[in-house]
Design a protein around this ligand. Structure first.
Ligand code: NDP
Ligand code: 2IT
Length: 450
């Protein structure tokens, strides 16, 4: 089979799954040189095997809302690949969740987890449940109903979920409590737990901090740094908040943040005080980002229904960090970034850039890194949380942060070295995909046809 045959097979096997096909195409095209160098990988059909979930669970979640009405949602867990360790990956609660979205996320997670150097396989799960506008009690009842089924399919040595969009520390608490009650055991079956009951310091910060550590490493390659750079950040959730915090700490200036209703443009820059307001707004009061613009008297732009570009990416800056969701940078947005001389686009979200947009960035010399490399700090620190749970220790913030920094540095080096080895120096997409793929492929090869 050539790469077109594999892509056609993926399309015909997964009809109407555009997100999964997109993630698959990106990987198939970029790892192809590795298959050409290793005919055994092709004979064993390793890439085709990786494209098929080992197991996919779909279940009904029924719960009672505050009015006493019955609500029905769909829950899922995609157990994608366990060649190098237990399934590991987040849970997403958002109305846009479909099998296609979770399969793309689980597929990317295989390679991301391999890059961390920690033994973790790939998985992802979630529900089409919309947490927006729900009371705390409703969130708890939903989490309990969801875990009522998921608990049968996970444990700390088999599959360890964590947070993602719509699942933060509050939801992990309710999910963990439900699991413990059902199974009558206290184990590290979820990561992102609270400090004091098995959680790791720095896990909340890890994805955003790790992203900026990665960007700093990329910039160092050009004898440059984040200091004094003007930065665009999208999103205002977990990843965006801590990306902004680390940029501030390193002397950069962040001028945007967004949510699903619009974005703010704060020309003066988001300071630590303003960030604390944003954290409280999003994590506790669960309000809209417009409140930031009202308080600090800066520009606010509401999202335009049906718009074919995203105006946040047309603001003049040196660096861009998409930290909201998939496909938030399309070809037109990429053209705007190029026109404005943006030097670096580093993905905090998973697959925020379309394939056309990635090509435009790379062809125009913008430094670009795929989420599976630059956002791996979150899952890597989840791996550190699992290790602490297994050995019964709690490491200090400094210890975890030092490990996180060194993991991001190693991933950066691995990407660069692999890209060079395959004749595409500086191409982080090729480096990340091939390095992750080879690690998993070798494990599958050693474990036989299963
Ligand atoms: P959160 O739920 O904390 O925040 C998500 C943010 O993105 C919110 O500001 C949300 O706005 C916005 N958003 C979500 N969906 C959309 C949409 N369809 N259109 C526009 N804006 C949207 O999630 P995280 O910060 O955890 O996740 C953000 C991204 O990072 C995701 O791609 C996730 O997969 C990825 N990621 C997360 C990791 C983690 O450890 N949490 C690790 C690695 C990657 P609103 O408030 O209006 O919903
Ligand atoms: O996309 C991701 O890497 C995450 N949502 C974090 C997964 C994890 O298990 O910590």
């Amino acid at each position: 089979m050539n790469k077109q045959d594999i892509l056609s097979l993926v399309k015909s096997r997964n009809p109407n799954e555009s997100e999964f096909v997109q993630a698959a195409e990106e990987v198939i095209v970029s790892v192809w040189p590795a298959l050409e160098r290793n005919p055994e990988f092709t004979r064993l059909r390793l890439l085709e095997r990786m494209l098929e979930p080992e197991r996919m669970i779909s279940f009904r979640v029924t719960w009672l809302d505050d009015k006493g009405s019955v609500q029905v949602n769909r829950g899922y867990r995609v157990q994608m690949n366990s060649a190098i360790g237990p399934y590991k990956g987040g849970l997403r609660f958002h109305p846009s969740v479909t099998p296609s979205v979770l399969k793309f996320l689980a597929f990317e997670q295989i390679f991301k987890n391999a890059l961390t150097g920690i033994p973790m396989g790939g998985g992802k799960g979630g529900s089409d449940f919309d947490p927006k506008g729900k009371s705390n009690d409703e969130i708890m009842k939903f989490c309990q109903a969801f875990m009522g089924e998921l608990a049968r399919h996970i444990n700390h040595r088999l599959d360890v979920p964590a947070g993602d969009i719509g699942v933060g520390s509050r939801e992990i608490g309710y999910l963990f409590g439900a699991y413990k009650k059902i199974k009558n055991e206290f184990t590290g079956v979820l990561t992102g737990k609270g400090i004091g009951w098995g959680g790791s310091l720095i896990r909340a910060e890890a994805t955003g901090y790790g992203l900026i550590y990665f960007a700093e490493n990329m910039l160092q390659e050009k004898k440059d740094s984040i200091k004094e750079k003007t930065c665009l950040v999208s999103g205002s959730g977990n990843v965006a908040q801590y990306a902004i915090e680390k940029i501030i700490q390193l002397g950069g200036k962040v001028i945007t943040a967004s949510d699903s209703t619009g974005f703010i443009y704060d020309e003066e820059g988001i300071t630590q005080d303003k960030l604390e307001f944003l954290k409280d707004l999003k994590n506790n009061r669960r309000g809209r980002i417009k409140e930031y613009a009202d308080k600090y008297k800066c520009e606010y732009h509401a999202s335009l229904e049906g718009a074919n570009d995203n105006p946040i990416w047309n603001i003049k800056a040196d660096a861009a960090f998409p930290c909201a969701t998939q496909n938030e940078i399309n070809a037109r947005d990429a053209a705007h970034l190029v026109k404005n001389n943006v030097k670096i686009v580093c993905e905090g979200a998973n697959m925020p850039t379309t394939i056309d947009a990635i090509n435009i960035l790379i062809d125009n010399g913008v430094m670009y890194s795929p989420g599976k490399a630059s956002n791996a700090g979150g899952v890597a620190t989840s791996g550190l949380e699992m290790t602490q749970n297994y050995i019964g220790e709690n490491w200090t913030s400094k210890e975890v942060d030092t490990r996180l920094y060194s993991i991001m540095k190693d991933i950066h080096q691995t990407c660069l070295a692999t890209a060079k080895e395959y004749g595409q120096p500086g191409n982080y997409l090729v480096g990340a995909n091939i390095a992750g793929f080879i690690k998993v492929a070798k494990a599958m090869q050693a474990q036989g046809v299963i």
